[in-house]
Structures are given as structure tokens and as C-alpha cells.
Design a protein around this ligand. Structure first.
Ligand SMILES: Nc1ncnc2c1ncn2[C@@H]1O[C@H](COP(=O)(O)OP(=O)(O)O)[C@@H](O)[C@H]1O
Ligand SMILES: [Mg+2]
Length: 190
């Protein structure tokens, strides 16, 4: 690489980490009580999937999406978009090529929750990584790329919790399948 390109990409890298750290400290300071609006999650998911279309096809991934309803939540749209972006970005980035990524949207009417599941197959994760996966700066040892800082999931967790929701990770060792589950309170008009 040319020196100037190297410097450019280093600047990009540093500005990205600065941005992510700022987001994190901002979330910790203020929560996200500002800018609440009614958000249609299905619409945001469709928008995000469009963004990743090329990456999905260049890795020969199969996308299986099932959106079982039109769900609305009350939230900060920019933050919620960031969560969905982070989770889909991870699924695409860390999936083994040619495998399936599964995204499903459901609701638990009884508990008035929206449930978003994102599953992918990955070689880079091990069972012992899971307890640390939402920690700041945590990346599995198999990851050598310098683009990410291990902040995406901690930011996502913070945002989901600020929306009175929760985020969980599950792992199936035999299938090497990792699943992120996001639960968010549904918006129900009174
Ligand atoms: N969908 C996934 N499949 C496999 N590993 C994942 C997935 N999502 C996250 N990880 C692991 O967790 C780490 C932390 O993720 P994240 O906080 O988004 O940071 P980053 O993507 O910047 O490394 C990743 O580096 C990766 O090792
Ligand atoms: Mg990430």
C-alpha cells in the first residue's frame, strides 16, 4: 500500500474508534430518552438487508428471513438502526462462507415483546468466548482484522437496555451456530 493510503486508512480507523467510544460514553451519560418515535422494525430490517446485499452475495451466503408481523416499538430510531446494523454486520462478517444466515422477527404477545433472532454459522467463535462477547474491546482470538474494535456488541447491548429490552447470545457447539436474540417492548397504542 502507498504511504498516503496507509495514513488515510489509519485515520479512518482512529476516527471510527473515537466515534464508537463517544457513542458509548454518550449512551452512558444520557441513556436515550431523547428523540423517541414510533419505529417499524420490519421496515428497518429490510433497509439494513439492502445495505448488506452485496456483501451477502459476495460471500455466497444464503439469507433466510422471516418477518412474522409488522411490529412497532417506541425508540430512538438512529440507535435502533445502529443495533440492527451491528448485528447484521457481525453475522455477515463472521459467518463461514456459503452458509446460511437466518433472521426472524416474532412477537410474544403475552409479554408484549418483540423478538428478533439472528443466527449464523461461524468458525471463529468458541463456547468459552461467549461470557465475554458483550465486553468492551473483546474480540475472539481467531480475529486478526484490525477494522473492528470489539465495541459493536457493547454499544448494541447498551442501546437495547436503554430501551428496556435485553440481548442474549446462544451457541450450538455441534452446528457451530451462534444466535443473538433481541427482546424489545412492543409499542401498543392505548
Ligand atoms: N455473529 C457472530 N458470529 C461469530 N462471532 C461473532 C459474531 N458477532 C460477534 N462475534 C465475535 O464477537 C466479537 C465482538 O463483536 P463486536 O463487539 O461487534 O466487535 P467487532 O465486530 O468490532 O470485532 C467479534 O470480534 C467476534 O469475535
Ligand atoms: Mg461488530
Amino acid at each position: 500500500m502507498e504511504t498516503i493510503e496507509l495514513v488515510d486508512s489509519e485515520i479512518m480507523r482512529l476516527s471510527k474508534i473515537t466515534e464508537e467510544l463517544l457513542t458509548l460514553s454518550e449512551l452512558e451519560e444520557n441513556g436515550n430518552r431523547a428523540n423517541l418515535s414510533q419505529i417499524n422494525i420490519k421496515r428497518i430490517l429490510e433497509k439494513m438487508l439492502k445495505l448488506f446485499k452485496n456483501q451477502i452475495s459476495s460471500k455466497n451466503l444464503k439469507l433466510k428471513a422471516s418477518f412474522n408481523g409488522d411490529f412497532e416499538i417506541l425508540g430512538n430510531k438512529m440507535h435502533i438502526e445502529q443495533v440492527l446494523f451491528n448485528l447484521i454486520d457481525n453475522a455477515v462478517k463472521y459467518s463461514t462462507p456459503k452458509k446460511e444466515i437466518e433472521i426472524s422477527l416474532n412477537n410474544d404477545k403475552y409479554n408484549k415483546l418483540l423478538i428478533l433472532d439472528i443466527t449464523n454459522i461461524s468458525e471463529i467463535i468458541k463456547e468459552e468466548d461467549l461470557p465475554y462477547i458483550f465486553d468492551r474491546f473483546y474480540k475472539t482470538s481467531a480475529i486478526t482484522d484490525k477494522k473492528g474494535f470489539g465495541l459493536g456488541l457493547s454499544i448494541s447491548k447498551k442501546i437495547v437496555e436503554n430501551h428496556n429490552g435485553s440481548i442474549k447470545v446462544g451457541y450450538n457447539k455441534d452446528k457451530k451456530e451462534i444466535t443473538f436474540k433481541v427482546y424489545l417492548p412492543l409499542f401498543i397504542e392505548k
